[in-house]
Write a protein that binds this ligand. Sequence first.
Ligand SMILES: Cc1ncc(COP(=O)(O)O)c(C=O)c1O
Length: 374
Amino acid sequence: MRVDPFQLERYFGQYEFSVPYALASSDCDGLALSELLAGADPDTRKLWDSLALGYTETQGHPLLREAIAGLSESCGPEHVLVAAPEELVFLAMNCLVHTGDHVVSTFPGYQSLYSVAESLHAEVSHWEPDEGAGWRFDPERLAELVRPSTRLIVVNFPHNPTGALPSYAEYARVLEIAASHHIAVLSDEMYRLLERDETDRLPAAADLYDRAVSLSGVSKTLGLAGLRIGWLLVRDERLMRRLIEFKDYTTICSSAPSEILAIAGLRARDGILARHRARIAHNLGLLEGFMAKYEALFSWVPLRAGTVCFPRFTHASIGTPELCRLAREQAGVMLVPSTMFDYGERHLRIGVGRENFPEGLLRLSAFLMSRRAE
Ligand SMILES: Cc1ncc(COP(=O)(O)O)c(C=O)c1O
């Protein structure tokens, strides 16, 4: 199996830890271990203090699976498989996609959501949003893309990189299209719980459709990316068995300390989420001001959910790869050009989940002003 290099991850690998202002990150700031433990309830603290560092259960710690199932309407701990989120994309694709299958995936997007299917010799069609309609993904366009050979529909809502979120009716229509053709769904919900307006929150796809698999994790919403803990909600027993068997060839089981720390994070999630949502709202307010100030350079659709948005750089002089290079080298600000999403040279991703976003945005603004003066 040969899989294309993951452009976005290689780009982050190159710059994330050396550029002072990561203005394109999709996660919230990593929580300190001391803070997470200080906020742990006594039972979790006991689990942590008495933790043995042996192998763990392949499907995931029962208490972790119980905490995860608590986020779903209809799934119990038996429907949960724990692994690193990116690993779960790989496992799910390998269990759901076969040579010659047709797959439809939201696009642009997180590359593994289509690259892994391609590496498995599936043909992938892109379901693209309409930027002019606020990055709306039209379910009727999805219906047009479905073929007799379509075996999987991959969706990612809240969407990375546009921040798009369908209405409940649109989302239900997506699942109805899948169900009417007996197509499985892989629903990447990594940014769920970070809706700007909580009433916009969509149910986990696995709660609405028995052939949908929901993917989520603690990386983005809880600021616990370093734990490498995520989960799939899977109601199809046979598929769950296949996934577990496949995990025996990737990590076998998850990291013991990470599982307990993820339990701590999930049990304390309300407080953590409230803080992250407040920071995102504050940073978005600043970004709104920035976009108004530079309306001659950018057009944008404010994100509806999650942490990222995908403004268009409307100034014709240079493309976003060059703009991002200059911002990085001259202002210490890291942005992601749309080339990393195979989506031309006119857009860039901005992320609003980080504490130092205000300072980074000021740096970016000063950089743009200095360029104007040239
Ligand atoms: C949409 C989406 N899915 C999956 C992942 C993978 O998550 P993790 O990096 O925690 O493995 C990411 C990370 O950026 C993502 O944006």
